[in-house]
Design a protein around this ligand. Structure first.
Ligand code: NAD
Length: 259
């Protein structure tokens, strides 16, 4: 434990698993009080309890990021419980199983957009007033190398992530006069439960999770499959005062994949 984020209040969506879970642990280790938000309430309770056992302070929160109302409830929960909100990390997202566009159902397209894009816009909208009136706050979201280095069959997922990059850059300007920052972390293929669900790397569709992970790893110049903790380190930096001059920044954690 150190104290870089001592007493800061953070909300993290998708915090019951993978990158969000690792980030909840990392921020709590730095002294932040964390609201662990997820649609998987059992997972959120597990993560919050683990953080508590390790001496941190975290509370679980059940929500669906595609709901405007739930994002507003999440921000209100932080304000009611802790009297402030310093960090909002809109991280929840879902994968697209590799599919040609014409074979995608309308429901699947709409679900990707409503969770991966509307969910992020919705949290930013909910936190805008408190951040601006406090004249303090950092918003971070999880984009992806899929935005700049798309793969065949993942076009709608890639589009949602590309939109997040434009969104964060626009928000950065909108919020700069208030001293509020907006950034994104942009991970390469990361070893989480989501990764095998893409079912394809380098255009080849596969079913064996081990084969899928290995194919992703081979497309990374450094030859390493990122771990959730690698991404959490970058998030922790972006939300800290060490990054006070960074806004509109898209921080690649990609082993060289975006080159
Ligand atoms: P993950 O599946 O391990 O975790 C995602 C979490 O989001 C889960 O706990 C899930 O329950 C939650 N979630 C899903 N839909 C939700 C909803 N509607 N409301 C609330 N919570 C919801 O996946 P991950 O790899 O940790 O993904 C986190 C983010 O990172 C996503 O935005 C993903 O697109 C992005 N990302 C992942 C990778 C990768 O290779 N794993 C690479 C780049 C970007």
């Amino acid at each position: 434990m150190s104290n870089e984020l001592q007493d800061r209040v953070a909300v993290i969506t998708g915090a019951a698993s993978g990158i969000g879970e690792a980030s909840a642990h990392r921020l709590a280790q730095e002294g932040a009080r964390v609201i662990v938000a997820d649609i998987d309430v059992d997972g959120a309770e597990r993560v919050a309890a683990e953080i508590g056992r390790q001496g941190g302070l975290a509370v679980p929160f059940s929500m669906d990021v595609s709901s405007y109302e739930d994002n507003a409830r999440l921000v209100q929960e932080a304000l009611d419980r802790f009297g402030r909100i310093d960090i909002a990390y809109a991280n929840a997202g879902i994968a697209q199983a590799s599919t040609n566009l014409e074979d995608m159902s309308e429901d699947v397209i709409d679900r990707l957009i409503s969770i991966n894009l509307r969910g992020v816009v919705s949290l930013a909208r909910a936190v805008a007033r408190p951040f601006k009136s406090q004249r303090r706050g950092v918003f971070v979201t999880t984009a992806s190398t899929a935005a700049m280095r798309p793969r065949p069959g993942l076009q709608v997922y890639s589009a949602t992530k590309g939109a997040l990059i434009a969104f964060v850059r626009a928000l950065a300007l909108e919020w700069a006069p208030y001293g509020v920052r907006a950034c994104a972390v942009s991970p390469v293929a990361t070893d989480t439960p989501m990764l095998p669900l893409f079912k394809a790397a380098a255009g080849k569709v596969m079913d064996d999770p081990k084969e899928i992970l290995e194919s992703f790893r081979q497309t990374v110049p450094l030859g390493v499959l990122a771990q959730p903790e690698d991404i959490a380190q970058a998030v922790c930096f972006l939300v800290s005062d060490r990054a006070r001059l960074m806004t509109g920044t898209i921080l690649d954690v990609d082993g060289g994949r975006n080159i």
